[in-house]
Design a protein around this ligand. Structure first.
Ligand code: SF4
Length: 316
Protein backbone atom coordinates (compact mmCIF):
# COMPACT_ATOMS: atom_id res chain seq x y z
CA UNK A 1 0.00 0.00 0.00
CA UNK A 2 1.42 3.40 -0.99
CA UNK A 3 1.54 5.98 1.75
CA UNK A 4 1.43 9.71 1.06
CA UNK A 5 2.19 12.56 3.42
CA UNK A 6 -0.42 15.28 3.46
CA UNK A 7 0.20 18.65 5.07
CA UNK A 8 -1.93 19.02 8.16
CA UNK A 9 -3.81 21.86 6.47
CA UNK A 10 -4.48 19.68 3.43
CA UNK A 11 -5.81 16.87 5.60
CA UNK A 12 -8.18 19.46 7.13
CA UNK A 13 -9.20 20.95 3.78
CA UNK A 14 -10.13 17.60 2.24
CA UNK A 15 -11.93 16.33 5.34
CA UNK A 16 -9.50 13.67 6.58
CA UNK A 17 -9.06 15.40 9.92
CA UNK A 18 -10.75 18.16 11.87
CA UNK A 19 -8.80 21.39 11.89
CA UNK A 20 -9.39 24.79 13.45
CA UNK A 21 -7.54 27.37 11.43
CA UNK A 22 -7.75 30.93 10.11
CA UNK A 23 -7.13 29.76 6.53
CA UNK A 24 -7.39 26.37 4.86
CA UNK A 25 -5.17 25.61 1.86
CA UNK A 26 -6.72 26.08 -1.58
CA UNK A 27 -4.14 23.70 -3.07
CA UNK A 28 -3.60 20.21 -1.60
CA UNK A 29 0.06 19.67 -0.65
CA UNK A 30 1.37 16.12 -0.75
CA UNK A 31 4.95 15.22 0.16
CA UNK A 32 6.41 12.15 -1.49
CA UNK A 33 9.56 10.64 0.02
CA UNK A 34 11.61 11.54 3.05
CA UNK A 35 15.19 12.62 3.70
CA UNK A 36 16.61 14.24 0.62
CA UNK A 37 19.89 13.31 -1.06
CA UNK A 38 20.68 17.04 -1.23
CA UNK A 39 21.72 19.19 1.69
CA UNK A 40 20.07 22.64 1.42
CA UNK A 41 21.01 24.56 4.56
CA UNK A 42 17.46 25.83 5.19
CA UNK A 43 15.52 22.60 4.64
CA UNK A 44 14.13 20.20 7.26
CA UNK A 45 14.43 17.31 4.78
CA UNK A 46 18.11 17.99 3.99
CA UNK A 47 20.57 15.11 4.26
CA UNK A 48 22.23 16.43 7.42
CA UNK A 49 19.19 18.09 9.00
CA UNK A 50 18.20 16.74 12.40
CA UNK A 51 14.70 18.25 12.21
CA UNK A 52 11.85 15.76 12.63
CA UNK A 53 11.15 13.97 9.34
CA UNK A 54 7.51 14.99 9.46
CA UNK A 55 8.39 18.66 8.71
CA UNK A 56 8.89 20.59 5.49
CA UNK A 57 9.28 24.32 6.16
CA UNK A 58 7.09 25.08 9.22
CA UNK A 59 4.48 22.60 8.13
CA UNK A 60 3.89 19.14 9.64
CA UNK A 61 2.80 16.31 7.38
CA UNK A 62 0.86 13.21 8.24
CA UNK A 63 0.81 9.83 6.61
CA UNK A 64 -2.32 8.69 4.80
CA UNK A 65 -2.78 5.84 2.36
CA UNK A 66 -2.81 6.80 -1.31
CA UNK A 67 -6.30 5.35 -1.77
CA UNK A 68 -7.85 7.35 1.06
CA UNK A 69 -6.00 10.48 -0.07
CA UNK A 70 -7.20 10.13 -3.66
CA UNK A 71 -10.80 9.55 -2.65
CA UNK A 72 -10.85 12.68 -0.48
CA UNK A 73 -8.88 14.77 -2.97
CA UNK A 74 -11.25 13.93 -5.82
CA UNK A 75 -14.30 14.81 -3.71
CA UNK A 76 -12.70 18.04 -2.46
CA UNK A 77 -11.79 19.08 -6.01
CA UNK A 78 -15.32 18.40 -7.26
CA UNK A 79 -16.79 20.54 -4.49
CA UNK A 80 -14.30 23.37 -5.10
CA UNK A 81 -12.56 22.98 -1.74
CA UNK A 82 -9.21 22.62 -3.48
CA UNK A 83 -8.14 23.76 -6.92
CA UNK A 84 -5.29 21.29 -7.52
CA UNK A 85 -2.80 18.94 -5.89
CA UNK A 86 0.87 19.87 -5.57
CA UNK A 87 3.29 16.97 -5.19
CA UNK A 88 6.33 18.12 -3.24
CA UNK A 89 9.05 15.67 -4.13
CA UNK A 90 11.89 14.93 -1.75
CA UNK A 91 14.87 14.22 -4.00
CA UNK A 92 15.88 10.55 -3.94
CA UNK A 93 17.36 8.35 -6.66
CA UNK A 94 14.33 6.04 -6.52
CA UNK A 95 11.59 8.72 -6.55
CA UNK A 96 10.62 8.61 -10.26
CA UNK A 97 8.37 5.50 -10.18
CA UNK A 98 6.63 6.79 -7.05
CA UNK A 99 6.07 10.21 -8.64
CA UNK A 100 4.71 8.65 -11.83
CA UNK A 101 2.34 6.44 -9.87
CA UNK A 102 1.05 9.39 -7.86
CA UNK A 103 0.60 11.53 -10.98
CA UNK A 104 -1.29 8.75 -12.76
CA UNK A 105 -3.61 8.26 -9.78
CA UNK A 106 -4.37 12.00 -9.55
CA UNK A 107 -4.88 12.38 -13.30
CA UNK A 108 -7.23 9.39 -13.27
CA UNK A 109 -9.18 11.03 -10.43
CA UNK A 110 -9.31 14.21 -12.58
CA UNK A 111 -7.49 16.36 -10.05
CA UNK A 112 -5.12 18.89 -11.71
CA UNK A 113 -1.60 18.20 -10.53
CA UNK A 114 1.62 20.18 -10.15
CA UNK A 115 4.92 18.42 -9.55
CA UNK A 116 7.29 20.53 -7.51
CA UNK A 117 10.96 19.73 -7.05
CA UNK A 118 11.62 16.79 -9.31
CA UNK A 119 13.21 16.99 -12.73
CA UNK A 120 16.77 17.00 -14.01
CA UNK A 121 16.18 17.51 -17.74
CA UNK A 122 13.72 18.87 -20.29
CA UNK A 123 13.07 15.25 -21.32
CA UNK A 124 11.96 14.40 -17.77
CA UNK A 125 9.68 17.44 -17.75
CA UNK A 126 8.18 16.25 -21.03
CA UNK A 127 7.60 12.81 -19.57
CA UNK A 128 5.63 14.35 -16.68
CA UNK A 129 3.62 16.62 -18.98
CA UNK A 130 2.86 13.60 -21.18
CA UNK A 131 1.52 11.83 -18.10
CA UNK A 132 -0.94 14.69 -17.65
CA UNK A 133 0.82 17.00 -15.18
CA UNK A 134 -0.61 20.52 -15.35
CA UNK A 135 2.49 22.47 -14.26
CA UNK A 136 5.99 21.81 -12.97
CA UNK A 137 7.74 23.69 -10.17
CA UNK A 138 11.51 23.82 -10.25
CA UNK A 139 12.85 25.84 -7.32
CA UNK A 140 15.76 28.22 -7.77
CA UNK A 141 15.31 29.16 -4.08
CA UNK A 142 18.47 31.28 -3.96
CA UNK A 143 18.95 34.53 -5.88
CA UNK A 144 22.67 34.44 -6.68
CA UNK A 145 25.13 31.79 -7.92
CA UNK A 146 27.53 32.37 -5.00
CA UNK A 147 24.85 31.97 -2.33
CA UNK A 148 23.37 29.01 -4.20
CA UNK A 149 26.68 27.18 -4.05
CA UNK A 150 27.05 27.92 -0.34
CA UNK A 151 23.46 27.19 0.73
CA UNK A 152 22.22 24.52 -1.68
CA UNK A 153 25.45 23.21 -3.19
CA UNK A 154 25.86 22.75 -6.93
CA UNK A 155 25.46 25.14 -9.80
CA UNK A 156 22.92 27.97 -9.91
CA UNK A 157 23.68 28.43 -13.60
CA UNK A 158 22.88 24.81 -14.41
CA UNK A 159 19.55 25.01 -12.58
CA UNK A 160 18.72 28.31 -14.27
CA UNK A 161 19.49 26.86 -17.69
CA UNK A 162 17.22 23.92 -16.99
CA UNK A 163 14.40 26.17 -15.75
CA UNK A 164 14.64 28.54 -18.71
CA UNK A 165 14.91 25.66 -21.22
CA UNK A 166 11.77 24.11 -19.75
CA UNK A 167 10.04 27.51 -19.81
CA UNK A 168 10.90 27.83 -23.51
CA UNK A 169 9.75 24.28 -24.28
CA UNK A 170 6.54 24.48 -22.19
CA UNK A 171 5.46 28.14 -22.24
CA UNK A 172 3.50 29.30 -19.20
CA UNK A 173 3.79 25.90 -17.53
CA UNK A 174 6.76 26.44 -15.20
CA UNK A 175 6.82 27.80 -11.65
CA UNK A 176 9.82 28.54 -9.49
CA UNK A 177 10.19 29.22 -5.78
CA UNK A 178 12.40 32.05 -4.53
CA UNK A 179 13.30 32.45 -0.86
CA UNK A 180 13.84 35.98 0.40
CA UNK A 181 16.32 36.43 3.24
CA UNK A 182 19.14 34.01 2.40
CA UNK A 183 21.77 36.75 2.26
CA UNK A 184 20.88 38.35 -1.08
CA UNK A 185 20.10 42.03 -1.52
CA UNK A 186 16.62 43.19 -2.47
CA UNK A 187 17.99 44.29 -5.81
CA UNK A 188 19.48 40.84 -6.53
CA UNK A 189 16.17 39.17 -5.75
CA UNK A 190 14.32 41.74 -7.85
CA UNK A 191 16.67 41.12 -10.81
CA UNK A 192 15.90 37.40 -10.71
CA UNK A 193 12.15 37.96 -10.36
CA UNK A 194 12.24 40.21 -13.44
CA UNK A 195 14.16 37.57 -15.40
CA UNK A 196 11.53 34.96 -14.47
CA UNK A 197 8.63 37.20 -15.46
CA UNK A 198 10.34 38.01 -18.77
CA UNK A 199 10.31 34.26 -19.51
CA UNK A 200 6.74 33.68 -18.34
CA UNK A 201 7.95 31.70 -15.32
CA UNK A 202 5.53 31.96 -12.41
CA UNK A 203 7.21 32.99 -9.15
CA UNK A 204 6.24 31.78 -5.70
CA UNK A 205 7.89 34.08 -3.17
CA UNK A 206 8.80 32.65 0.22
CA UNK A 207 10.26 34.26 3.33
CA UNK A 208 13.21 32.36 4.78
CA UNK A 209 12.04 30.51 7.89
CA UNK A 210 14.67 29.24 10.36
CA UNK A 211 13.94 25.68 11.45
CA UNK A 212 15.55 23.99 14.45
CA UNK A 213 17.81 21.15 13.35
CA UNK A 214 18.80 22.76 10.05
CA UNK A 215 22.15 24.43 9.28
CA UNK A 216 20.43 27.84 9.14
CA UNK A 217 18.28 27.24 12.20
CA UNK A 218 19.81 30.17 14.10
CA UNK A 219 19.38 32.80 11.36
CA UNK A 220 16.64 35.41 11.36
CA UNK A 221 13.69 35.91 9.02
CA UNK A 222 13.94 38.67 6.40
CA UNK A 223 13.18 42.25 7.25
CA UNK A 224 9.45 42.76 6.70
CA UNK A 225 10.00 46.11 4.93
CA UNK A 226 12.26 44.42 2.41
CA UNK A 227 9.72 41.65 1.81
CA UNK A 228 6.86 44.13 1.36
CA UNK A 229 8.85 46.21 -1.16
CA UNK A 230 9.51 43.09 -3.22
CA UNK A 231 5.82 42.20 -3.03
CA UNK A 232 4.89 45.68 -4.24
CA UNK A 233 7.38 45.42 -7.12
CA UNK A 234 5.90 42.04 -8.13
CA UNK A 235 2.37 43.43 -7.71
CA UNK A 236 3.19 46.20 -10.18
CA UNK A 237 4.64 43.72 -12.69
CA UNK A 238 1.41 41.74 -12.43
CA UNK A 239 -0.53 44.92 -13.23
CA UNK A 240 1.54 45.21 -16.43
CA UNK A 241 3.73 48.07 -15.22
CA UNK A 242 7.22 48.01 -16.70
CA UNK A 243 9.96 46.76 -14.40
CA UNK A 244 11.60 50.17 -14.92
CA UNK A 245 9.17 51.72 -12.43
CA UNK A 246 11.08 50.06 -9.59
CA UNK A 247 13.91 52.25 -8.32
CA UNK A 248 16.89 50.51 -6.74
CA UNK A 249 19.86 52.08 -5.02
CA UNK A 250 22.74 50.40 -3.20
CA UNK A 251 21.06 47.00 -3.39
CA UNK A 252 17.75 48.23 -2.00
CA UNK A 253 14.39 49.08 -3.54
CA UNK A 254 14.00 52.75 -2.68
CA UNK A 255 10.82 53.71 -4.52
CA UNK A 256 8.39 53.26 -7.39
CA UNK A 257 7.80 55.63 -10.30
CA UNK A 258 4.05 55.16 -10.05
CA UNK A 259 1.53 57.77 -8.97
CA UNK A 260 -0.27 56.63 -5.82
CA UNK A 261 1.10 53.11 -5.67
CA UNK A 262 -1.04 52.48 -2.60
CA UNK A 263 -4.15 53.23 -4.65
CA UNK A 264 -3.02 51.07 -7.58
CA UNK A 265 -2.53 48.12 -5.22
CA UNK A 266 -5.35 48.98 -2.80
CA UNK A 267 -6.99 45.55 -3.11
CA UNK A 268 -4.06 44.03 -1.17
CA UNK A 269 -3.49 41.27 -3.75
CA UNK A 270 0.21 42.13 -3.80
CA UNK A 271 0.60 40.93 -0.22
CA UNK A 272 -1.07 37.58 -0.75
CA UNK A 273 0.75 34.32 -1.41
CA UNK A 274 2.23 34.18 -4.90
CA UNK A 275 2.86 31.20 -7.17
CA UNK A 276 0.58 28.96 -9.18
CA UNK A 277 -2.96 30.28 -9.42
CA UNK A 278 -4.87 29.55 -6.21
CA UNK A 279 -1.89 28.35 -4.20
CA UNK A 280 -2.14 30.02 -0.79
CA UNK A 281 0.30 27.92 1.34
CA UNK A 282 -1.15 29.00 4.72
CA UNK A 283 1.45 29.44 7.46
CA UNK A 284 4.37 27.99 5.50
CA UNK A 285 6.52 30.92 6.59
CA UNK A 286 4.76 32.24 9.64
CA UNK A 287 3.06 31.34 12.86
CA UNK A 288 -0.65 32.11 13.21
CA UNK A 289 -1.05 35.44 14.98
CA UNK A 290 2.40 36.71 13.97
CA UNK A 291 3.40 38.88 11.02
CA UNK A 292 2.12 37.33 7.78
CA UNK A 293 4.74 37.60 5.06
CA UNK A 294 2.28 35.96 2.65
CA UNK A 295 -1.40 36.45 3.40
CA UNK A 296 -3.22 33.20 2.56
CA UNK A 297 -6.54 35.06 2.16
CA UNK A 298 -7.91 38.47 1.18
CA UNK A 299 -6.66 41.34 3.34
CA UNK A 300 -8.83 43.76 5.25
CA UNK A 301 -8.41 47.47 4.44
CA UNK A 302 -6.52 47.83 7.73
CA UNK A 303 -4.13 45.02 6.83
CA UNK A 304 -3.43 46.63 3.44
CA UNK A 305 -2.66 49.90 5.15
CA UNK A 306 -0.36 48.12 7.60
CA UNK A 307 1.46 46.28 4.78
CA UNK A 308 2.14 49.59 3.01
CA UNK A 309 3.34 51.15 6.26
CA UNK A 310 5.70 48.17 6.75
CA UNK A 311 7.10 48.70 3.24
CA UNK A 312 8.24 52.25 4.09
CA UNK A 313 7.52 52.89 0.45
CA UNK A 314 8.34 56.16 -1.27
CA UNK A 315 6.36 56.89 -4.43
CA UNK A 316 7.36 59.43 -7.09
S1 SF4 B 1 3.41 27.73 -6.13
FE1 SF4 B 1 2.17 26.31 -4.87
S2 SF4 B 1 1.17 24.89 -6.30
FE2 SF4 B 1 2.84 25.93 -7.42
S3 SF4 B 1 4.61 24.59 -7.22
FE3 SF4 B 1 4.75 26.07 -5.53
S4 SF4 B 1 3.73 25.10 -3.77
FE4 SF4 B 1 3.12 23.94 -5.64
Amino acid sequence: MSVWKLSVGTAGAIGIRKLKTDALPTTAYIMLGEKCTRNCAFCAQARESTAAAKFLSRVAWEETSQDVSIEHLAAAYKTNKIQRACLQIVNRPDSLPEVQKAVEALVKAQVPVVVSGYITSVAEAKKLFDLGVDRIGLAMDVATPKLFEKIKGGSWQQRWELLTSCAAAFPGKMTTHLIVGLGETEEEMWQLIKECYARNITVGLFAFTPLPGTAMGNKVQPNIGSYRRLQIAVGLLKRAFSSDVVICRDGKITGFKVQNVAEVLADGEAFRTTGCHNCNRPFYNERPGQVLYNYPRALSAREVEKAFAESEVITC
